[in-house]
Design a protein around this ligand. Structure first.
Ligand SMILES: Nc1ncnc2c1ncn2[C@@H]1O[C@H](COP(=O)(O)OP(=O)(O)OP(=O)(O)O)[C@@H](O)[C@H]1O
Length: 601
């Protein structure tokens, strides 16, 4: 329980005041419920026999205080009080229920946004070890299960518990025997049904895992649709989806089906007890039917409100149980990410300011001064999950405005070197200087200088314009800058041929564009954001000769203006580079111009 509360408090940081406010609302509505229900019993007794007003001490005292001269006027007052209490109670309950609903849905929105922000800020190595399906599940499903399943149920259970407590106090005051009987029934039911909670938690967790699996299978099968079609392995993914979906439906079906069992069980027992109690009371107190009608008045109302409240609370507790893992999941996500953010990348010891990515537009990134050169000094790097070094003591210099090529066998460390250079991976050994200043002094400003064109460009399912001005809100897109980026990336003809020009949607992951066009969109994107340093990661490896030439032309035209770093498999793409660095097994093997490195070998 303590563990649950600690985690709950941790995950709902910043919402505690609202939770307290709702608690106060629940208490007020419960007190009104108590007053209203408490008045029904005496009211029933008085209407049956008005003489009770004089014979009952309390009623007689209130009657004399009220100053009414007739009992019928007093009964009218009593009925008005009851109507008033129930009306105010109905309003207070409505307000509290509304606040619960608004609070939980707002909480879901806030948690999803916080998670997204945290994932975006998390070190790159954090993502190397995570499956994107599990991140999607955390943002979409865990927050849903936590807020709608757990928090909503918890608040409803607390609200109901306050009502139950108030009504039970009323019952105890009315008839101890009946109340003790109900309490015993509840205790026995709890003990009998307790083992169910273990199963509910297990079913809930299995259902969640199965839904993560479903997203993973979907990503694999549909994400790689071309390969899936050509290889003809649709049935494999269908089968995988069926297994995950069956597991999901079986577990979630059991969890939600059995969550209501205790409710119906307890309701049946309490009703049976009340009927038996009435029969026994009548048999033993034949002469005291007025007292019985008063007791029954209270019991009837209490049953109308108490039984649903009890049943609802029990159901809520069970819903909490099968959604409990979502609290664990979110707690783990937030602690892991916060730890990762605090220690930086793979426990890096360098001090640097954590990039804050809150700028509305990437083009408004602050930038580091860069007039002279970039120097990598004795840089080594090991991936967190690996014992061997992917880079070993690499030192090199890149002058401003120059074009350099990185070559080497597969696995020699080219991508790692570029990732370290871009500040995605943080070195533990060595340093990187820009005009003599370490990039780790201000990584965000350093990254503000870099444009990255990977082999496989990530395109969003939106217009060409938004793909080029990636991350910039539509109303802030600079049309002139967009046009010159399109022209420099040799995309003008492509745009002219598109039915809606730059406003043409490119399809999911750019399926409506060819490989070479996608590549050039990547270049235009880097240019739009006015990056000084352009990094091409095997940008031309998968293209035909003509398209490759077009792209090489585009990069050539940038010579002198931009500093260009190209990872290349095709040596023809780096012919125009001033300097070529060859890597082998994480070390810099040699460097020189194209003649020295390529032609002479
Ligand atoms: N995420 C990772 N975790 C652990 N080791 C990795 C990771 N990524 C790469 N490596 C290892 O680091 C070394 C360098 O890999 P890198 O991708 O930088 O080579 P590369 O020269 O770019 O290869 P390619 O030309 O095939 O892309 C390889 O031994 C590789 O196995």
């Amino acid at each position: 329980m303590k563990n649950f509360l600690n985690r709950f408090w941790y995950v709902t940081q910043g919402k505690h005041k609202q939770i307290m406010f709702m608690m106060v609302l629940f208490i007020i509505s419960s007190l009104l419920e108590l007053i209203g229900t408490g008045l029904i019993g005496p009211f029933a007794a008085i209407t049956t026999n008005p003489d009770i007003i004089e014979s009952n001490k309390t009623l007689n005292y209130i009657y004399s205080l009220s100053g009414f001269s007739s009992k019928s006027s007093f009964i009218v007052l009593l009925s008005l009080l009851i109507i008033l209490a129930f009306s105010i109670k109905a309003f207070a309950t409505f307000v509290s229920q509304k606040s619960i609903a608004q609070f939980t849905y707002k909480l879901k929105g806030d948690l999803s946004t916080d998670l997204m922000k945290a994932y975006l800020q998390a070190p790159y190595t954090y993502h190397l070890g995570r499956n994107s399906a599990s991140l999607v599940q955390s943002i979409v499903t865990s927050t849903d299960q936590f807020c709608i399943g757990l928090v909503l149920s918890l608040l409803t259970a607390i609200a109901n518990s306050i009502v139950i407590l108030a009504l039970v106090s009323l019952l105890v005051w009315t008839n101890v025997f009946a109340s003790v009987g109900i309490a015993l029934i509840l205790l026995c039911s709890f003990l009998a049904l307790n083992p169910l909670k273990v199963h509910l938690a297990k079913w809930g967790k299995n259902g969640y895992d199965a839904s993560v699996e479903m997203v993973r299978v979907l990503n694999h099968g549909i994400g790689g649709l071309k390969e899936t079609r050509i290889i003809g392995c649709e049935s494999f993914f269908q089968q995988e989806m069926k297994i995950a979906a069956d597991r999901y439906s079986e577990n979630m079906g059991l969890a939600s089906g059995y969550a209501n069992l205790p409710r119906y069980f307890v309701e049946a027992l309490v009703i049976s007890f009340l009927i038996l109690f009435a029969v026994i009371f009548l048999t033993l107190n034949q002469d005291n039917s007025q007292n019985l009608s008063s007791i029954f008045g209270i019991f009837a109302i209490a049953s109308i409100r108490l039984l649903p409240a009890m049943g609802n609370t029990i159901s809520c507790l069970n819903v909490i149980r099968y959604n409990y893992h979502s609290l664990d999941q979110l707690f783990m996500e937030f602690t892991e990410i916060r730890t990762a953010l605090n220690i930086g990348d793979s426990g890096a010891t360098k001090e640097y300011s954590t990039p804050s990515r809150e700028a509305a537009s990437l083009s408004q990134h602050k930038k580091m001064l860069f007039f002279d050169n970039i120097i990598l000094s004795d840089v080594s790097y090991s991936y967190p999950n690996s014992n061997s070094k992917a880079l070993r003591g690499v030192s090199l210099e890149v002058s401003r405005g120059s074009s350099i090529g990185l070559i080497g066998k597969s696995g020699s460390g080219k991508t790692t070197l570029v990732d370290v250079l871009m500040g995605l991976l943080i070195t533990k050994e060595g340093n990187i200087y820009v005009d003599g200043v370490s990039i780790y002094k201000d990584l965000e400003a350093w990254q503000g200088l870099i444009g990255y064109v990977p082999q496989s460009i990530f395109l969003i399912d939106d217009t060409l314009e938004k793909n080029i001005a990636f991350g910039v809100p539509e109303h802030l897109i600079d049309v002139d800058r967009l046009e010159s980026a399109i022209s420099a990336a040799q995309l003008t003809n492509v745009v002219n041929r598109l039915p809606k020009g730059i406003h043409t949607p490119v399809g999911e992951r750019g399926v409506l564009l060819s490989g070479g066009q996608r590549q050039r969109v990547g270049i235009a994107r880097a240019l739009y954001h006015k990056r000084e340093i352009l990094v091409f990661d095997e940008a031309t490896a998968a293209l035909d000769k003509d398209t490759e030439n077009l792209i090489t032309e585009a990069t050539k035209s940038l010579r002198g203006n931009k500093t260009i770093i190209i990872i290349a498999h095709r040596l023809s793409t780096i012919e125009h580079c001033e300097k070529i660095f060859q890597l082998e097994d994480g070390c810099l093997l040699k460097s020189g111009n194209y003649q020295e490195i390529v032609l002479n070998n």
